[in-house]
Design a protein around this ligand. Structure first.
Ligand SMILES: Cc1cc2nc3c(=O)[nH]c(=O)nc-3n(C[C@H](O)[C@H](O)[C@H](O)COP(=O)(O)O)c2cc1C
Length: 388
């Protein structure tokens, strides 16, 4: 399975084309729209959600509610584009109009300046429009298709925020993936500990009043994963490494860890390795899950636990100093519409990219022209694994 996304933040539409999805998968626009709505939500966000709520339109690959095996094209219309017709026009326009929303004061921490240097732009809007996290809309749409396949295979995925702007959320022990999903969905800040909800919201309000921004750490968990996805035989087939790349590719994500992650650097081997158990009911399991479901770049059947750190949003209402690219004079950076935090939304994006990579791996390993064929192959593999 492979895919590409296209589209600018204020362009006419966003598009994704996915190839390699099995035929016969029940798929509706509603399956996708639900996750698009989650991506636009979360406490502390507002701007774009007020302008438009995203809806997907299939223009290929789905017929009478089921995938056909042909490439799936999904479009999301940017309703806001109507106000940007001149500025985002594909046709050339008068210089006077061009300068209307021209950007020459790059924002520190964003793609504006380096994108301008690299592609030789005199208007940094060209960098901004594609580097904007609006692009993640289509990654969420692709992830929602992947999640439909995972659901058919009884693989469940959820995400929640574990550190919000430096405030660590104490997570109750032994929560199942379903419980995490349910609790995080009830929270406007995507945490599983309701006692901290008000404190986090108050903090976001304060950050907004200060004209500042915050990031944090999001955890994604996946349950019901077949054993042996990924491989140790070549560096680029290690699935934990592929997931790490996907997570760090999300706008503003700066690091990733699995299971105990960086804490493992403080511990002894006896405190880190997960002892192996076997029972006729469950097959091979582990006494603990410190390694977050991976051994040798392969899934070991334990839940995948992966965390990603998001830096604070770069666009500040209290802008930082920058330099005008025409005069080289010091200036305050441009303020494009922005929020104090987008952490809950970023969690939805992380869930989507993790689901996408896992699905790619599953479709690579198992025979999958048709959904039933895939389900049979996975069921057979699970039976084999248990009795190995
Ligand atoms: C869901 C989400 C929403 C974001 N919203 C904004 C935003 O409103 N303003 C902003 O400046 N950056 C926002 N970002 C972050 C920027 O897109 C990102 O910092 C920028 O593209 C530079 O890339 P880098 O931080 O990965 O180096 C958001 C990121 C995510 C994941």
């Amino acid at each position: 399975m492979r895919y590409l996304t296209a589209g600018e933040s204020h362009g006419p539409r966003l598009t994704a084309i996915i190839e390699g999805i099995p035929a016969g998968l029940p798929l509706t626009a509603e399956d996708i729209n639900e996750d698009l709505k989650r991506r636009q939500g979360g406490y502390g966000r507002g701007g774009r959600m007020k302008i438009e709520s995203d809806h997907v339109v299939f223009t290929s690959g789905v017929r009478h509610g089921k995938t056909t095996g042909a490439p799936i094209t999904m479009d999301v219309i940017n309703k806001d584009h109507q106000k940007w017709l001149d500025i985002m026009s594909a046709e050339d326009i008068e210089d006077k109009l061009k300068s209307k929303r021209k950007i020459t004061h790059p924002r520190p921490g964003h793609a504006d300046l380096v994108g301008g240097i690299k592609y030789r732009f005199d208007d940094l809007r060209n960098s901004l429009e594609r580097s904007s996290a609006r692009e993640t809309t289509m990654r969420v749409a692709v992830g929602a298709v992947a999640k439909r396949i995972l659901a058919e295979l009884d693989i469940e995925i959820a995400n929640h925020v574990v550190i919000f702007g430096g405030k660590e959320i104490n997570v109750p022990e032994n929560l199942t993936v379903s419980e995490i999903k349910k609790l995080a969905a009830q929270s406007e800040v995507s945490i599983v500990n309701q006692e901290r909800e008000q404190e986090i919201k108050d903090y976001i309000d304060q950050i907004k009043r200060d004209g500042d921004t915050i990031g944090g750490v999001v955890e994604t968990v996946v349950g019901g994963v077949p054993v042996g996805l990924g491989s140790y035989v070549q560096w680029d087939r290690k699935l934990d490494a592929r997931l790490a790349q996907a997570v760090v590719s999300i706008n503003a994500f700066k690091g990733v860890e699995f299971g105990l992650g960086f804490k493992a650097g403080h511990l002894k081997g006896s405190q880190v390795m997960d002892e192996i158990l076997w029972s006729s009911e469950d097959g091979y399991t582990r006494r603990t899950n410190n390694l977050g479901g991976f051994e040798g770049g392969m899934t070991n059947g334990q839940p995948i636990i992966v965390r990603g750190v998001m830096k604070p949003i770069p666009t500040l209402y209290k802008p930082l100093m920058s330099v005008d690219i025409e005069t080289h004079e010091p200036y305050k950076a441009t303020v494009e519409r922005s929020d104090p935090t987008a952490l809950p939304a970023a969690g939805v994006v992380m869930e989507a990219v993790v689901a996408t990579v896992l699905t790619q791996e599953i479709l690579e390993k198992f025979s999958s022209d048709n959904l039933e064929e895939l389900k049979e192959a996975v069921a057979k593999h699970r039976e084999y694994t248990k009795n190995y």
